[in-house]
Design a protein around this ligand. Sequence first.
Ligand code: AMP
Length: 282
Amino acid sequence: MIVCTNREDILRIVEEAKAVSKSIGFVPTMGALHQGHISLVEKSLKQNNITIVSIFINPKQFNQSEDFEKYPRTLNKDIEILKKSGCSIVFVPSYEQVYQDSSSIEVNLDGLDTVLEGKFRKGHFQGVVDVVYRLFKIVSPNRAYFGKKDYQQLLIIKKMIDYFDFNIEIVPCEIIREPDGLALSSRNTRLSSTERDNTKVISEALFEAKKIYRNNQVNIVKNFVQNKIEQNNFLSCEYVEICDPDTLKPCSSKQKALNKILLTAVYCGKVRLIDNILLDSE
Ligand code: AMP
């Protein structure tokens, strides 16, 4: 496995690979890797000749400096995990390597960026677009892998691809969970063991919503989830929303919850966790 810190090295590797028609799969991450990330890497390994994983904690997408400062940094361990996974190339750029040009990338996101995470984390998605656009320009992948855990991010990246007409297939990947249901997240390592025990209530509420949504309206399902989470003293919801799964426009109270997506952001102490579940017809 090759570890590159220089964008010129990646540009050269990609040019050589493309010259012999090798396909490139790309998995952008912020490190502190867990099985959620590795599931993306494994999918890319199956579908491409070369898999490039980037590890870059992008300061522009953090709306709170404390969250950025406390974000777990485990580079040596990450490199070991990636070696074992069979990944070909890891790109670990500095800020200067990514942001050679400081301009911000303008994309019409059709309101996808103003709801949910966009409403509560001002500037977050502009930061995501700024970094993913630049990484795509360096890596020029055939396919790029994104987790449904960050569902809104996934839709925004798809929108950006359409907007710039990039020839990149975006591959959505299922949410990987702990045995008790908690969605894997790098931020989980910041939870105390008591907090960690209590966070299982988030996914429990989502799975129970999945049992009741067929016969219920949006407001009933939303209130059920919010109450179930907030009955736990460790947890407080920033939002629980049921939205159209394509546009993320929030549904009105009286609409049926069927074929919508339920998304939530929950604080456990100072740690902010997100999760979602599709209320589809399955
Ligand atoms: P991050 O390092 O948090 O920026 O995440 C990098 C990629 O891994 C994103 O596409 C995330 O959606 C994805 N990811 C993070 N956690 C999970 C998970 N539990 N299951 C599936 N994908 C995930």
